[in-house]
Design a protein around this ligand. Structure first.
Ligand code: ZN
Length: 461
C-alpha cells in the first residue's frame, strides 16, 4: 500500500498542470455503516458530491462500486474496519485505486442483494452523502415472522364459525390478562444504564404450553392483538440530542424494547417493532410495516427538543385532518416530518410507492382520528401520573407517521430531551420503567373500552 501511495504522489508531482484538478478531488468527511436485518446502509460523506457506478458480481456475490474523482484516503479505508462481524449482508470490504481518478469499493456479500445507490445533498449536520442500501432480494413475510416469533399460539379450531368465536374469546382473554397485569405491575427488571449499546431485547416471557400443538401451516393469527411500536429516528437520523449528549434515537429504542417485553408477556399479544436496532426507517415505511401486519394500533415513541431548554413534560399527538391544534403542535409535526431528509430516503425509488400510498392516505381518516383521540387520551392520563404533562390534552397536527387510515395511531413525546432535568430522567432505567408502565396501562385501558375486532389476517403461506 505504501508503494502505491508513493507512486501516486510521484505521478502528481510529475504532472504539475493536473495538480489544480487534483486539488478539486472530493475528500471523505466520514464513513458510516448501519447494519440491520431489514437492510444494511453504507454512507460515504464527502465535501463534494460523488459520482458512482455500480455492478453486481456472482459466485461469490459481490457489489462493486466505482467512484469518480476520489482518492484512496485513510478516511475511506476506515470503511474496512467499520463492517461488523454480524452484519447480515456485508462479509467484508476492499478498497483500491482502480484508475488515477476512480476508487473502487468491493463489498463481499453474505447473500444476494438488491442494492439502491443514491446521493443526498447537504442537510442538517451532514455534507454530501453517497448511500448504498443493501436490501435482501426477497423479503420475509412480516406477519408470518411475527407469528413465528413465539410458537405459542393456541390450537386452531376447524370450522370458520368456531374459528371466529375462538378468535373473539382469545382477544377477550388477552385483554383480561393484559388489564390484570397492568393493575399489578411486575417488579421492574434491572437494566443497563444509557447510553450503553442497546441490543434487541428478546421476548422474556415464559412459554405457555398449548393443549395440543397447532398445525404449523395454520397459525392463529386472527386471534392475536398486534401492536406496532415505532421508536422514532435511527441510523443516520439521531433525532434530538440532549445537553449532555443523550440521543433521542437510543432512548426511544430502549423504551420501545421494554414496552415490547411488557406487552408480549401476554401470549396473545404480538409486537411489531418498526425498527429494533439502530438503523433508519423512512416515515412511510413505518406506516407500511404496521399495515402489512394489520396492526390493531400504532404507537410512535419520541423524546424531542424544543427551542427553549425550559420546555418540559410529555405530550401525545394524533393526526389532524385540517389545521394543527396549536402552533407548537404544527412545529413538532414539521420537525418530525423532516426525519426523512436527515435519515436519507432514496427519492427515485420511493416516488412510485409514495403516490400509491398518498392516494390511500387521502381516504377519510375521520374514524381513525376519533379512535386515535381515545387512545391518546388514555395514554396521556396514565403518563400524567408518572411525570409532568406539557399539555393536558391530546394535540393534533399533520404527522406523516400517523397516517395509516385504518389503524388508531398516536405519537408520544415522552419528555423534552433538550431540558437537562428531563434528559437525566430519560436516561434513568427506573424512569423508563415508569414510562413503560404508563404506556402499557394506557393501551390496556383503551382496549378495555374499545376491544379490537377479531381480524381476518392472512400470511402468504
Ligand atoms: Zn422525534
Amino acid at each position: 500500500m505504501r508503494r502505491r501511495d508513493s507512486v501516486g504522489l510521484l505521478a502528481l508531482l510529475l504532472k504539475a498542470p493536473d495538480t489544480l484538478a487534483a486539488t478539486s478531488q472530493a475528500s471523505i468527511v466520514a464513513v458510516r455503516v448501519w447494519p440491520a436485518q431489514d437492510y444494511t446502509r453504507v454512507t460515504l460523506e464527502s465535501d463534494r458530491p460523488l459520482l458512482a457506478r455500480h455492478f453486481l458480481v456472482e459466485s461469490p456475490h459481490r457489489l462493486v462500486i466505482d467512484i469518480e474523482g476520489l482518492d484512496l484516503s485513510p478516511g475511506l479505508r476506515e470503511l474496512i474496519g467499520k463492517v461488523r462481524p454480524d452484519d447480515p449482508y456485508i462479509a467484508g470490504v476492499r478498497v483500491g485505486q482502480n484508475t488515477p481518478t476512480v476508487v473502487r469499493i468491493v463489498l463481499d456479500l453474505r447473500q444476494p442483494v438488491a442494492p439502491q445507490i443514491f446521493t443526498l445533498t447537504p442537510v442538517a449536520a451532514y455534507r454530501h452523502r453517497l448511500v448504498f442500501d443493501l436490501y435482501p432480494q426477497s423479503q420475509p413475510d412480516p406477519l408470518l415472522a411475527l407469528v413465528q416469533d413465539r410458537e405459542k399460539a393456541p390450537a386452531a379450531p376447524t370450522s370458520p364459525a368456531h374459528r371466529a368465536e375462538a378468535a373473539a374469546s382469545a382477544v377477550n382473554d388477552a385483554l383480561g390478562e393484559l388489564i390484570q397485569k397492568i393493575e399489578r405491575p411486575p417488579a421492574p427488571p434491572a437494566s443497563a444504564p444509557l447510553p450503553a449499546p442497546l441490543p434487541p431485547v428478546a421476548a422474556a416471557s415464559k412459554p405457555v404450553p398449548a393443549p395440543f400443538p397447532a398445525p404449523a401451516a395454520e397459525p392463529r393469527i386472527d386471534s392475536l392483538i398486534i401492536i406496532a411500536l415505532d421508536p422514532g429516528h435511527g441510523g443516520e437520523d439521531p433525532g434530538a440530542i440532549g445537553p449532555s449528549g443523550l440521543r433521542e434515537k437510543d432512548v426511544v429504542l430502549a423504551v420501545a424494547h421494554k414496552l415490547r417485553e411488557r406487552l408480549t408477556a401476554n401470549p396473545n399479544i404480538r409486537v411489531l417493532m418498526t425498527r429494533d436496532a439502530d438503523f433508519f426507517v423512512p416515515l412511510q415505511e413505518r406506516v407500511r410495516k404496521a399495515r402489512r401486519v394489520q396492526a390493531d394500533l400504532f404507537v410512535s415513541i419520541h423524546a424531542d427538543a424544543f427551542i427553549t431548554p425550559q420546555a418540559r413534560g410529555a405530550s401525545v399527538f394524533v393526526l389532524s385532518d385540517g389545521a394543527a391544534t396549536s402552533a407548537a403542535a404544527r412545529w413538532m409535526a414539521d420537525r418530525e416530518n423532516a426525519a426523512d431528509m436527515v435519515g436519507g430516503v432514496n427519492v427515485g425509488a420511493a416516488t412510485k410507492d409514495a403516490n400509491v400510498l398518498r392516494a390511500l392516505l387521502d381516504m377519510s381518516t375521520t374514524a381513525q382520528i376519533k379512535d386515535s383521540l381515545k387512545l391518546g387520551g388514555e395514554v396521556l392520563s396514565q403518563i400524567g401520573k408518572v411525570g409532568k404533562l406539557h399539555k393536558a390534552r391530546v394535540e393534533q397536527a399533520g404527522f406523516a407517521v400517523l397516517k395509516a387510515p385504518d389503524i388508531p395511531s398516536i405519537l408520544v413525546e415522552t419528555a423534552f430531551i433538550s431540558n437537562p432535568d428531563e434528559e437525566k430522567k430519560l436516561r434513568d432505567p427506573d424512569y423508563q420503567d415508569q414510562l413503560v408502565d404508563a404506556l402499557a396501562s394506557g393501551i390496556a385501558k383503551y382496549f378495555g373500552k374499545n376491544p379490537p375486532m377479531a381480524r381476518r389476517r392472512s400470511t402468504t403461506l
